[in-house]
Ligand binder design. Structure first.
Ligand code: GLA
Length: 365
């Protein structure tokens, strides 16, 4: 039976949070950490899944609707079959070094690795339109099959990322536009330090969905279909304080993404650091998605020499990202770890994010 190995990256978002489902801007990059899926075709339509990171496997038909990690694989198969693609049953073996539950999109990595492996198995195009179609199937898998009401940032960057670049994504209207933004961190003597707070983050517990609901309510109150299309002056005049804060975050965050892209282009890394800091304050105070551990990671990193730092991803736990002079990397890492120990918190995990490659086929045999 034909066998395919494919892989897809986790991601870290440099800036632009909770903007994707509001028709706004974000600037993620692919991590070097990847999820690998090995598929071997079966003669029946069933799936048999195993993961090196999980003790239990899963076997069944996509109609059985598994829960947990198996749903991300089965959901992609269901979405592609619904598109009319003739996806056979398969046995899959999964392996990953993307940290799980850390807000670094391990789920999108699993979806996109599965989608690319299936594409190679049945001969679907992996050019730009082909990748966009697969990303759309992965988003439907996540929204409709898994039941996580996320936007499209994670799957889009996992499918379209370029090494050495962040990806400026614009979710205005129906079609996502993407512009690769060179990120010459090494030449600038900088590193992006990602700190996993070990506060497990999930997109299905309702908190993320609450923010989505509030944004929808704010857009309706402002008479726009996408919150990003609202006018900030009208936002500041909103009577409902909570909706006003949520909308203010989304609009000012879009502006910060624009500033970040301009500052990166100009090599103004100090300026970029300030914008990252402002983004964190907005997420902490206006969007209210930070937590004690994320605030601590950000403050400790800054205190030890980071140019700027912010929480990244969906929030309510997960990871922070800091822009750090390479010469201060060890100090920053140590300072964050020490701050957690002093506060009696579990030891955080650190990784250095260099912009990696999109989902790809590894081998076909
Ligand atoms: C999660 C979601 C994304 C995005 C971010 C917040 O990662 O999957 O779609 O909304 O949160 O920016």
């Amino acid at each position: 039976m034909p066998a395919v190995v494919a892989s897809a990256p986790g991601r870290v978002n440099l800036i632009g949070e909770h903007t994707d489902y509001n028709g706004g801007l974000c600037l993620p990059l692919a991590l070097p950490q990847r999820t690998t899926v090995r598929l071997e075709t079966r003669s029946d339509p069933r799936l048999r899944l195993r993961s090196r990171q999980e003790s239990d496997g899963w076997e069944g038909a996509v109609e059985d609707r598994p829960t947990g990690w198996a749903a991300y694989v089965a959901g992609v198969v269901a979405a592609l079959r619904a598109d009319g693609d003739d996806v056979p049953g398969f046995d899959a073996e999964i392996d990953s070094d993307v940290p799980l539950g850390a807000g670094l999109s391990s789920s999108a990595a699993l979806e996109c690795a599965t989608a690319v492996a299936v594409a190679a198995l049945i001969g679907l195009d992996l050019d730009d339109p082909g990748r966009r179609r697969l990303a759309a199937a992965c988003i439907r898998a996540e929204n409709d099959y898994v039941g996580a009401p996320t936007g499209g940032m994670d799957q889009t960057v996992a499918m379209l990322a370029r090494p050495g670049h962040a990806l400026l994504l614009d979710f205005a209207g129906d079609d996502v536009t993407q512009v690769p933004v060179p990120l010459p961190l090494e030449d600038a003597g900088l590193v992006l330090l990602v700190t996993d707070t070990r506060v497990s983050h999930t997109l299905t517990d309702g908190s993320y969905g609450d923010r989505r609901t509030e944004c929808r309510a704010a857009a309706a109150a402002l008479g726009v279909t996408e919150l990003s299309r609202a006018d900030l002056r009208r936002v500041e005049a909103m009577a409902d304080l909570v909706l006003r804060r949520r909308a203010r975050h989304v609009l000012t965050e879009n502006d910060r993404v624009r500033s970040a892209v301009a500052l990166i282009g100009a090599g103004d890394w100090t300026g970029l650091g300030r914008v990252l800091d402002a983004s964190h304050v907005s997420m902490r105070d206006d969007f209210e998605i930070s937590c004690r551990e994320l605030d601590l990671a950000v403050t400790a990193a800054r205190g030890a020499g980071a140019l700027g730092a912010r929480m990244t991803g969906g929030g309510f736990g997960g990871s922070a990202v800091a822009l750090v002079p390479a010469s201060a990397l060890d100090d920053v890492r140590r300072a964050v770890t020490a701050a957690f120990a002093e506060a009696g918190l579990a030891e955080p995990a650190h990784l250095v994010a260099t912009p990696g490659e999109a989902a790809r086929v590894e081998t076909v045999s």
